[in-house]
Ligand binder design. Structure first.
Ligand code: ATP
Ligand code: MG
Length: 424
């Protein structure tokens, strides 16, 4: 046993470690969230954990909380200004443009999985290091693409057994109708009783004020003009198609005219998946269309849509519902050697079993029979292979069913086939 001392390190504030057995749950959730994307033709993309600060200040938006308050920035020894990535979309778009993917067949459909960093006030479900699965479909303006992504996220949650989530849907308009709405909203907001910072926000990004979580602000917004009533004909028709496709696919949604989300780059379709078992950190995932983002980071016109699902919060939501994701199986066979020679022989058997695709583990550390059998039971394996001196002399090994307690001797030279026949 080690004892804790003042010199013991702990994980930084707002972070936590993934440790067995819980880590298996995380892996299973990541797998399940990504599986529908793979089936739908999304290719895997991986970008660095940090980027030039510029990419995010231009791509996420100078006026967002993410850029103004939450970004981890650093200056390298060489003088580069970098930021730990706070989100995935800007990086993925940057990578796609850099690789000229947008000059090939469109849309370019990509998915990713990774760690993101935001300097936030840590709370349950809100961390400084968290994990997302994301998807981006670049270079097509097609309501079916928006619908596809939303359906895939809904499928992903459902495949995990998650039920208590809701899909909120809105349209934020486009470069034609949004400016008109923006001006109307600003005019309304300027008349309200708001603090200095919020007043500044009205001038830079008034839509974000609608997203203010404070009760005192929300109370004043009851009669605020809504984007819904200002959509141009093209945006209205586009949104109607997205809604129809979702309905046809059996995906339930709630129209939420106040949904704006925290990033500047969204246009038209905007959505969020919320879970009611999570308290105030209720968003398990979200996304939308970002037709202007490519140009904002110096690329060509490239209308696109995407989402990011929070792995940490999805795990919490599953726990809140009492649902355990199907985790990858542990060892099927646990090998218990008694004595030095048995150890060498049985270690060889374990290696052969693994090479034949049978998940197997071994009693390391020269444990006695009692302790080793305890480990075998704890491992979750159904079968134990016990090799003692008498078995060795007879050229056999005991194959024990840990559920029924039954055991039989199998010839050592046929042990792999014998185990395979049992284990299936
Ligand atoms: P919130 O409104 O809760 O701050 P957000 O709008 O900032 O969420 P996005 O940038 O859309 O979140 O990220 C997508 C998903 O990533 C969120 O729905 C959430 O599940 C997860 N997420 C975002 N920030 C955090 C965080 N600090 N800790 C854990 N998960 C997070
Ligand atoms: Mg946030």
């Amino acid at each position: 046993m080690t004892t804790t001392s003042v010199s013991t390190f702990s994980a930084p504030k707002g972070t936590y470690d993934l440790i067995p057995p819980d880590s298996a749950e995380f892996l299973a959730v990541r797998e399940a969230l990504a599986a529908p994307l793979r089936r739908a033709g999304y290719g895997y993309v991986e970008t660095p954990g940090f980027e030039q600060v510029e990419l995010f200040s231009r791509g996420v938006g100078e006026s967002t909380d993410i850029v103004t308050k939450e970004m981890y920035t650093l200056t390298t020894r060489g003088g580069d200004e970098l930021a730990l990535r706070p989100e995935g979309t800007a990086s993925v778009l940057r990578a796609a443009l850099q690789a000229n993917l947008h000059r090939g067949a469109l849309p370019v459909k990509l998915w990713y999985s990774g760690s993101y960093y935001r300097y936030e006030r840590p709370q349950a479900g809100r961390y400084r290091h968290f994990s997302q699965i994301g998807a981006e479909a670049l270079g097509a303006e097609d309501p079916a693409l928006d619908a596809e992504l939303i359906i895939l996220a809904d499928d992903a949650y459902r495949s995990l057994g998650l039920r208590g989530f809701r899909l909120l849907l809105n349209s934020l308009g486009d470069r034609e109708c949004r400016p008109v709405y923006r001006a109307a909203l600003q005019e309304f907001l300027r008349r309200l009783d708001l603090d200095e910072e919020t007043r500044r926000r009205i001038e830079i990004n008034p839509l974000r004020v609608l997203d203010d979580k404070r009760e005192a602000v929300q109370r004043q917004l009851t009669d605020a003009p809504m984007m819904r009533d200002h959509l141009c004909e093209a945006c209205k028709a586009y949104h109607e198609q997205v809604r129809e496709l979702l309905t046809a696919a059996g995906v339930a949604f709630e129209d939420d005219p106040r949904l704006v989300r925290g990033l500047d780059y969204y246009t038209r379709t905007t959505f969020e998946f919320v879970h009611d078992g999570l308290g105030s950190q209720s968003a398990v995932g979200g996304g939308g269309r970002y037709d202007g983002l490519s140009e904002m980071i110096g690329g060509p016109e490239l209308p696109s849509v995407g989402w990011a699902l929070g792995v940490d919060r999805t795990v919490l939501a599953l726990r809140a519902e009492g649902v355990r994701p199907q985790v990858a199986a542990g060892p099927r066979v646990y090998a218990v050697p008694l004595g030095e020679e048995a150890r060498r022989t049985l270690f060889g058997v374990v290696t052969r079993l693994r090479r034949e695709g049978v998940a197997a583990d071994f009693a390391f550390g020269g444990k006695g029979l009692k302790n080793a059998m305890k480990s075998a039971n704890r491992s979750g394996a159904r079968w134990a292979l016990v090799l003692g001196e008498r078995d060795l002399a007879e050229g056999t090994v005991q194959l024990k069913d840990l559920e029924s307690g039954e055991q039989e001797a199998v010839p050592l030279d046929r042990v792999v086939t014998a185990v395979q026949a049992k284990v299936g």
